[in-house]
Every structure is written in C-alpha cells, then in structure tokens.
Design a protein around this ligand. Structure first.
Ligand code: NAP
Ligand code: MG
Length: 484
C-alpha cells in the first residue's frame, strides 16, 4: 500500500473524521499498473444514518443560521483552497482513477471554478412578487430542500462534486456525499478543503462505500429531501424508484451516445481536433463523449482518413506519464470495452484506425487501444449503446433529414455537436436535435460550467451546472399576505 498523505479510512460526519460503523475495508487499486493503492472504509447504512442526522442538525444549527452571503463566502474560500491544492488533487486522481495529470488538473480547476461560481451566486437567487389581487401582497421564496444526497460516479469525481454539492450548498442545503468506491480519494480531500474553509460541521458529510450498501441506504433514506445522481441508466432507474417511495425530487445524469454531425460544408480543420478529442478524452469515460461521428457522405472518406491520422499519433500510457490517453478505471471496465471490440470483430466492422499500445505498458494496467470503427450502421449495438471507453463509430449520412434521424435515433439524448458553415441549417438542427445541449462549430464549449447541463430520455432529467442548477437545488414557496 502506498502513503497517500492522509488516512483514507475515515469518514467525514458532523465535522469529524471518524472510523466507519463497521471495520470492513475496500481496496483501491491504481489502474495504471493494477497495484494496491490503499484501502477505504466500507461505509454502510449506520454511517449513512449518522451522516443524514448530522446534516439535519447542521440545517437546524450553525449552517442553517448563515445568510446567503455568508454561505457564499465559505464556498469562495473553498474555491481558493482548491486552487492551492490543484496539483495534489491531480496527482491523487492519477493514482486512483488513472487520469493523465493534465486532465486531473483541469478537473481540479473546474471544481474551484464551480465553487467560485456558486459562491458568487449564493446571494443572487431572487424570488418574485406577483400582482395577484387587491388586498394581497404575494411573493415567492427560494428555500433549501433540506438534506440532499449526492451519488457520484468515478469518471469525473471532482467536477461532479463541484456542480452538485457546490450548487446544493449555495442554496443552503446540507449534503451527504457518497463517492464511487473506485474514486473517492479526491472526494475526501474535498472534505478537508471544506473544513479548512470553515464550512460548519454537518453541512457536508462524506461516506465512501459500495453502491448497493451506502448508496442504496442514502437513496432510500426518509430524511433525505433531494437526490442527485450521475452514473448508469440501470442504477439511475433504481435511484428514481427509491426517490418515488419517499416522494422526493431527483436529478439524474445518465450518460449518452452523443453525436458530432459533420456536414460537407464544415470547416474540417476546425472540427478535426474536436472529433477525436471528445471521443478519447478521459479514455472515453465521459458521459458527454462524442461516441458517434456522423459525416455527410461527400466528405466521409476524408474525415475518416484525417481522424485515422490523429488516432495513429495518440500516446497511451500510465497516468503519471501524462500522455493523451491513460488506462480505464478498472479491469472490469476494460473487460466491458473489450467485449464491445470483440462484438465489432464478430460482426465484421471495419477498423479505420487503432492507436498502438506501447510494449512496455505495466502488465496489470487497464489499457485499451483507442479504436475508430467505420463505417458502422446506425442500428448496430456499437452505435446504440454507451461503451464508456476510447471507441468511436463513424456513420455516413445523406442530407439534413437523415442526419437528424440518425442523431435522434438512440435511447439517449445528452449532447450533440453540429459542424456546418450554413447558419440557417445550424439553427434548424439546434431546434430539432433531441438532447440537453447543442454545440455549433465546437463541442463542449471548454466545459462551460456556466452552461446548464443534463439530458432527456435515458440520459436523465433535471439540470446541473450554471445558474439553472440553483433552482433545482431549492424549493419554491409562495407566500400570500392579506392586508387592508
Ligand atoms: P454506476 O453503478 O451507475 O455507479 C454510479 C454511482 O452509483 C457510484 O457511486 C455507485 O457506487 C453508485 N451506485 C451503484 N449502485 C447503486 C445503488 N443500487 N444505489 C445507490 N447507488 C448506487 O456506474 P458504474 O458501475 O460505475 O459504471 C457502469 C456504467 O455506467 C459505465 O460503463 C457507463 O456506461 C455508465 N456510467 C456513466 C456515467 C456518466 O457520467 N453518466 C458515469 C459512470 C458510469 P459504487 O461505484 O461505489 O458501487
Ligand atoms: Mg481506483
């Protein structure tokens, strides 16, 4: 086991780092080489009960007593501390999740930016007055839900904590965070940062553990007033069912099969880096990965050739080497992705390009060679299912109508990119694409933490990021005052 600079076996409950109710632990592995990194406590339902009670006590106590401006100042302090610890966070994420250092650093900076944005916004969420009837003054108040539960996946822990916990704290909720058991070290450092910034005890509680245990206990807890979940469709549906039993709102962000659509009139020089990077970033383990590249037939061969050139230049290696692509999160995820590549072989899909894996990669690492498949029929399983690995499929199309039909033709609807020089077409496409975010002549807008984000259909519902999230993380109360 390696020394990671702090004791990761402790849970943050009621402002204190304490052992779990059970002495059982879970091992954490370094996906770059398969080595045992450290171990964490296997948080269970008793820990979740304690965390929810601490969060409720914080709402009834010091945390609930702060003004919106005071809450904002704590978040701004957390942001400043996060910046000073960005390299340390990136290093931990490289060890725990296998992210190349530059990606981990970008995640840490995004976390700091979320805390800055939501810190600044905390006292700027206004209610309304309503011209209802003579003899009444009527107004709306934005209030915290209460205790909010945050179940976070392993692919972008820092960013997802920033966008959900940051917004929830800004609105005065008290949070219980269940990080993914495979990626909880930066979540624990986030707890240290909150304490250092003076966040009142119990406003943020962190309980690592298994999804079926700590996660299920959190999502079904009757003391929780709102749930935010990012992860798979299957688990998202269970979270929504649990929320239904307690009749509470839930925000679900469940990934996608997002297209980038390239028309023949597009500026291909501008598009090319985005077409590839949005597929291989974080080894393809990105909810908004551009896993489908739809290309108008007239330029299909050219785009395939130019994407293949970029694939050939991709460098794959251990996270600390900080190359283009690191390992996947786990041996299990690697097997899942290799299964899809096996299916591609069995069904005769053409490999347009495959990055080479260096011969000296550590044997226990969870590496998959980035692979571009082209052409692929739109109804093929590899063009329909979220693979969550560095695999992209290219699909040719003829004209706008077919592009739309293919783009909208999966169960998902998270984001879409459109590359064209025709402004009217860009706007028509933006209106007709069924998803939560559309990017015209770019993809991802550099992360755009100010931009509301979320999906439709199997990609989920509710919006995080941007100012919009503050509405989701608060409840609206109407007050009607009768007077003379
Ligand atoms: P997952 O099972 O949905 O995990 C996401 C989070 O939910 C983790 O914190 C997990 O905890 C927790 N969880 C699991 N079962 C739960 C339950 N019954 N009740 C409450 N919480 C529960 O995702 P995964 O297994 O890590 O990945 C599987 C697939 O999901 C991937 O291949 C990918 O397709 C998709 N995925 C999508 C996103 C996204 O950004 N939309 C992110 C990750 C994965 P533990 O992990 O600690 O068990
Ligand atoms: Mg790990």
């Amino acid at each position: 086991m390696q020394d990671i600079g702090f004791n990761p076996r402790l849970l943050l409950i009621n402002g204190q780092w304490r052992p779990g109710a059970s002495a059982e632990t879970l091992p954490l592995h370094n996906p770059s080489d398969g080595s045992l990194l450290t171990e964490i406590t296997r948080g269970n339902s008793a820990d979740i009960n304690a965390a929810v009670a601490a969060a409720q006590a914080a709402l009834d106590g010091d945390w609930g007593a702060l003004s919106a401006a005071e809450r904002g100042r704590v978040l701004l302090k957390m942001s400043a501390i996060t910046l000073t610890r960005a390299d340390e966070l990136a290093h931990l994420e490289a060890l725990d999740v296998g992210k190349p250092l530059k990606q981990g650093r970008a995640d840490a900076l995004a976390l700091a930016r979320y805390l800055e944005f939501y810190g600044g916004a905390a006292d700027k969420v206004h209610g309304q007055t309503i011209p209802f009837a003579n003899g009444y003054t009527t107004l709306t108040l934005r209030e915290p839900h209460g205790v909010t539960g945050h179940i976070v996946p392993w692919n972008y822990p820092m960013q997802i904590i920033g966008r959900s916990v940051g917004a929830a704290l800004a609105m005065g909720n008290a949070c219980v965070l269940k990080p993914a058991e495979e990626a909880c070290l930066t979540a624990l450092v986030f707890g240290q940062i909150a304490q250092e910034a003076g966040l009142p005890a119990g406003a943020l509680n962190i309980v690592p553990g298994l999804g079926d245990e700590a996660g299920a206990a959190l999502s079904s807890h009757p003391g929780v007033a709102h749930l935010s979940f990012t992860g798979s469709v299957a688990v998202g549906q269970r979270i929504q069912a649990a929320a239904a039993r307690n009749t509470i709102p839930v925000t679900l962000e469940l990934g996608g099969k997002s297209p980038q659509i390239v028309f023949a009139d597009a500026d291909l020089d501008a598009a090319l880096p985005f077409l590839v990077n949005a597929g291989i970033q974080n080894a393809g383990q990105t909810c908004s990965a551009a896993s489908r590249i739809l290309v108008e037939r007239a330029v299909f061969d050219e785009v395939r050739r130019r994407m293949a050139e970029r694939y050939a230049a991709l460098r794959v290696g251990p996270a600390l080497h900080d190359l283009d692509v690191g390992p996947l999160i786990s041996a299990r995820q690697r097997e899942l992705v290799l299964g899809y590549l096996g299916l591609a072989r069995e069904t005769g899909l053409a490999v347009a390009a495959q990055a080479s894996l260096p011969a000296d990669l550590p044997a226990g690492g969870c590496y998959v060679a980035p692979t571009l498949l082209a052409p692929v029929a739109p109804d093929h399983r590899l063009a329909q299912e979220e693979i969550f690995g560095p695999v992209q499929v290219m699909i040719p199309f003829d004209g706008e109508a077919e592009a739309l039909q293919i783009a909208n033709g999966t169960a998902y609807g998270l984001v879409a990119g459109v590359w064209t020089r025709d402004g009217s077409r860009a706007l028509r496409m933006a209106r007709k694409l069924r998803c939560g975010q559309v990017f015209i002549n770019n993809y991802g807008a550099g992360g755009g933490i100010e931009l509301p984000f979320g999906g439709v259909r199997h990609s989920g519902h509710g919006r995080e990021k941007g100012f919009e999230a503050l509405y989701g993380f608060s409840a609206l109360k109407t007050v009607a005052i009768k007077h003379d």
